[in-house]
Write a protein that binds this ligand. Structure first.
Ligand SMILES: *[C@@H]1O[C@H](CO)[C@@H](O)[C@H](O)[C@H]1NC(C)=O
Ligand SMILES: *[C@@H]1O[C@H](CO)[C@@H](O)[C@H](O)[C@H]1NC(C)=O
Ligand SMILES: *[C@@H]1O[C@H](CO)[C@@H](O)[C@H](O)[C@H]1NC(C)=O
Ligand SMILES: *[C@@H]1O[C@H](CO)[C@@H](O)[C@H](O)[C@H]1NC(C)=O
Ligand SMILES: *[C@@H]1O[C@H](CO)[C@@H](O)[C@H](O)[C@H]1NC(C)=O
Ligand SMILES: *[C@@H]1O[C@H](CO)[C@@H](O)[C@H](O)[C@H]1NC(C)=O
Length: 392
């Protein structure tokens, strides 16, 4: 029972640790064709869940609703996202780890687009909304432009100015002199404060998406993709093993190492307990147990027997390497396998008498008092009782 339990646990662990890998490598082939792509240099890198229809097969490389276009009709080389019920928006930046994108109007009049923005049918939503009220004011009220910033692309400098404000005070002021156009929710980058009196509304809109949930995978350095080409289920691929271990794997590792350690500890404890005799007057320690226990906790205990004494070490043949090369019993020995450095002229090398392996004298002199055998081939001097001891 005691032996079977750890084996069972190890088998279960292997199942947990290596099964996900198998499914990953199998699925990898279907997403291998989906390489990162780009519309033009300096444009955002495009990968799952986004896809460029003309460059990537739409059924495997991207998620529905994440279709992009490259605008090379104009000289602007923009990356455009096609949203339902409206014209395209220009993607400035995609943050795959936080699942956010920053968009603007390809024709540089974002305020105009905001008046008809409707994200309800798209996979995207705002991170922060701020309510703005638009006013259309006659240029007769000249002083307004010294108080508030007009939206130039919506205004006609000879007839009217359009203002947008988040401030209730400004709304009260402007409603008395201008026509109110509309009140819209704007996906701002961070919450504004009431002291903002007016805005030209040309900062990129900050949008986010919830599905597909690839942020966790991306933030661990992985790449998201479909599990296969028949469902919309996603999987995480190519997570660098050093950077992040999945939750499942860390649980598996915790179980794999934690449970056997616990079992070992319990076995050791019960072994120690079985060696103690519980007398009527308390604990008494059996004599042989003390010796067993000392050799168990003190491995140095035996090394005095295994090491060589000083006169024997001194008796081993020494060679001083000459200026013009190495003349060692084994001509291919060019480095000391204890310190791993090459033999240099004038260095003293010591040879093991039985196997003729060589080492720096100072290296082997430190080794032999602790261990009588050759560090390379493990042969010991034949007179040593420790050799028989080791073989038994
Ligand atoms: C891509 O989608 C379009 C419709 O959106 C469809 O007509 C076309 O067949 C699809 N292509 C592939 C390879 O599935
Ligand atoms: C136009 O866009 C396509 C992608 O839709 C791209 O492959 C192509 O290189 C672009 N053409 C130019 C001239 O940039
Ligand atoms: C867009 O790409 C074309 C062709 O590569 C290039 O001549 C032009 O300068 C680019 N425009 C911008 C705004 O980068
Ligand atoms: C957005 O469009 C949908 C579908 O046309 C419509 O039902 C919804 O009322 C619109 N929302 C706004 C705020 O206009
Ligand atoms: C502002 O009012 C003028 C007429 O005074 C009109 O022509 C213009 O379209 C209006 N602009 C907006 C954005 O409502
Ligand atoms: C889906 O994958 C299978 C094999 O993996 C392939 O035979 C099939 O043609 C693929 N379907 C599409 C629509 O690409």
């Amino acid at each position: 029972m005691n032996i079977l339990n750890p084996i069972l646990i190890i088998l279960i662990c292997f199942h947990f640790l290596f099964n996900p890998h198998q499914t990953q490598t199998l699925a990898q082939s279907s997403t291998e064709t989906c390489l990162d792509t780009i519309c033009h240099t300096n444009q955002p890198l495009i990968r799952f869940p986004f896809y460029i229809e003309t460059k990537q097969p739409n059924n495997t490389c991207g998620y529905p609703g994440f279709k992009l276009l490259c605008n090379n009709k104009t000289e602007k080389n923009q990356t455009l996202v096609n949203l339902p019920y409206m014209e395209e928006l220009n993607i400035q930046k995609i943050n795959y780890a936080t699942q956010e994108l920053f968009v603007n109007d390809p024709n540089n009049c974002l305020a105009k687009r905001l008046l008809s923005l409707n994200l309800s049918a798209s996979p995207f939503h705002a991170v922060y909304y701020q309510q703005f009220t638009f006013f259309n004011c006659s240029v007769h009220f000249k002083y307004l432009t010294s108080l508030y910033k007009p939206i130039l692309c919506l205004s006609d400098s000879s007839k009217y100015n359009v203002f947008a404000t988040p401030s209730r005070t400004v709304v009260l002021h402007l409603s008395s002199v201008c026509d109110m156009v509309d009140t819209v929710n704007v996906p701002v980058q961070s919450p504004f404060y009431d002291h903002v009196l007016s805005s030209e509304l040309n900062d990129d809109l900050r949008l986010s998406w919830n599905s597909p949930p690839c942020g966790r995978c991306e933030s661990h350095g992985g790449r998201c993709g479909f599990q296969d080409n028949s469902t919309f289920e996603i999987a995480c691929y190519n997570v660098p093993p050093t950077q992040g271990i999945s939750h499942g794997a860390s649980y598996a590792i915790a179980i794999c190492f934690g449970v056997p350690t616990l079992l070992c500890f319990i076995s050791l404890l019960s072994w120690i307990c079985s060696k103690f005799r519980f007398g009527i007057h308390g604990w008494t320690l059996a004599r042989e147990t003390v010796e067993d226990f000392e050799s168990l906790i003190d491995p140095q205990h035996d090394t005095n027997i295994l090491g060589l004494d000083k006169p024997t070490i001194e008796s081993y043949p020494k060679i001083v390497i000459g200026d013009d090369g190495i003349y060692l019993p084994r001509p291919n020995d060019k480095t000391c396998s204890i310190c791993l450095s090459e033999y240099m002229p004038k260095e003293t090398v010591k040879t093991m008498p039985d196997c003729e392996h060589c080492f720096h004298a100072q290296c082997i002199d430190e080794w032999l008092p602790l261990n009588a055998s050759c560090p390379i081939c493990r042969t010991s001097p034949p007179w040593l009782p420790s050799q028989n001891l080791a073989q038994s």
